[in-house]
Design a protein around this ligand. Structure first.
Ligand code: NAD
Length: 357
């Protein structure tokens, strides 16, 4: 398969192509690893230049989910659904019901949740045709609903630890440049402002940065200048692949810690950051709050358990940074090595019954 030949990551266990012309559904579900439990990961609904680009993104994202879930200590493997946003009008409910049928066919080996471009309403449509979905409206006192506040909280806890590690101080008085003021970025700004951080904001949607800047007395930069902002910390909260050779050369911040998945354009970019003395808090270590909430919803854990596990994000990052120091490698390499070890050393799961027993 051509696209797998170009993919430098570890190969997935299974790739399922989704193609339902009547529902206008085109996409792919990638089950990267089910060694720790059913493959779990969000559903991305996005426009790609072609299907090869969509497949490539799905492969990378699914592998990232395996590592994220392993390092977060969840009894889940990693997977991802990526769907092509159709051109022109389409029936959204019908499309997501068709997605649910495809997930149902996987018999519980993949658990879907909300992701970039999908909503709680979409997951409710998926729920009509399968049980294997989370990210549904939350019941009082139970996990569920929008995972973004949990993701932001985990990123914030990680940033506290990373700031201490890199600058030897608290966040108070530092400047953070936030790229992307969507679901997570907005929640993160609130937490950072409360902690006494100065904010520099960038967001392409008209009016969004102005409204937050007025609330938090923040500065604004055009989106194409935020990477080079005069800030102590750069918090990427938009899309992935943004830190390539030229972006890394432009960075002025000495710490990168944000919510976006797959921030590094290539694995070598993690080494480039380390070479420049920039501490990179690996994306999937710090942004696991959302999947912890999703796992809790699916596995029936209560909110206190979600809180405990999200609050421990800083401790998990500390372990990764300590391992990077011990091994003399970039934190992104240390995180990958730790996650691969955890997956490799776990006993092979004896079918779903083990997890659900
Ligand atoms: P979102 O779509 O709500 O927000 C992303 C924002 O980034 C949007 O407002 C968009 O306009 C903005 N943006 C796009 N291009 C930009 C640019 N060049 N410069 C500045 N802003 C730009 O998404 P989200 O749910 O907030 O997630 C943000 C990132 O975090 C994504 O990469 C997502 O995969 C990752 N993530 C999210 C969660 C979660 O719980 N939502 C969990 C884990 C990881």
């Amino acid at each position: 398969m051509t696209r797998l030949r170009h993919f430098a990551g570890s190969p997935p266990e299974r790739v399922v192509v989704l193609d339902d012309a009547r529902a206008r559904l085109k996409g792919v579900v990638v089950l990267h690893s089910s060694r720790l439990g059913p493959a779990a990961g969000g559903c991305r609904f996005w426009r790609y230049p072609n299907m090869a680009a969509l497949h490539f993104d799905a492969l990378r994202l699914a592998e990232g989910m395996s590592y994220k879930n392993a390092l977060a200590g969840l009894p889940l493997g990693g997977g991802k659904a990526v769907l092509a946003l159709p051109d022109g009008p389409f029936d959204r409910t019908r499309l997501f019901e068709a997605v649910g049928r495809a997930v149902a066919d996987l018999g519980g080996n993949y658990v879907m949740a909300e992701g970039v471009g999908t909503t709680i309403a979409d997951m409710s449509a998926v729920r009509r045709t399968t049980d294997h979905v989370a990210g549904l409206p939350a019941m009082p006192g139970r996990a569920g609903g929008d995972p973004s506040p949990w993701t932001a909280r985990g990123v914030f806890r990680a940033m506290e630890v990373a700031a201490h590690y890199r600058f030897g101080c608290k966040l108070e008085g530092l400047t953070v440049a936030v790229q992307g003021l969507g679901n997570v970025g907005t929640h993160l700004c609130a937490l950072l402002h409360r902690a006494g951080v100065r904010l520099i904001l960038a967001e392409p949607r008209p009016g969004v940065a102005d409204a937050l800047a007025a609330r938090y007395d923040a500065a604004i930069l055009p989106p194409d200048q935020i990477v080079g902002a005069r800030a102590d910390i750069f918090a990427p909260c938009a899309l992935g692949g943004i830190l390539d050779t030229s972006a890394i050369a432009a960075l002025r911040a000495k710490l990168v810690c944000g919510a976006a998945n797959n921030v590094l354009a290539t694995p070598e970019d993690g080494d480039r950051l380390a070479d420049r003395g920039i501490l990179y808090a690996p994306d999937y270590v710090v942004n696991a709050g959302g999947i912890i909430n999703v796992a809790a919803e699916y596995l029936g854990w209560d909110l206190a358990e979600v809180e405990r596990r999200v609050e421990a994000t800083g401790t998990r990052l500390e372990r990764v940074l300590a391992s990077a120091w011990d091994e003399g490698v970039a934190p992104s390499r240390a995180a990958d090595q730790m996650a691969r070890r955890m997956i490799r050393d776990s006993p092979v799961r004896a079918g779903r019954s083990l997890l659900w027993a």
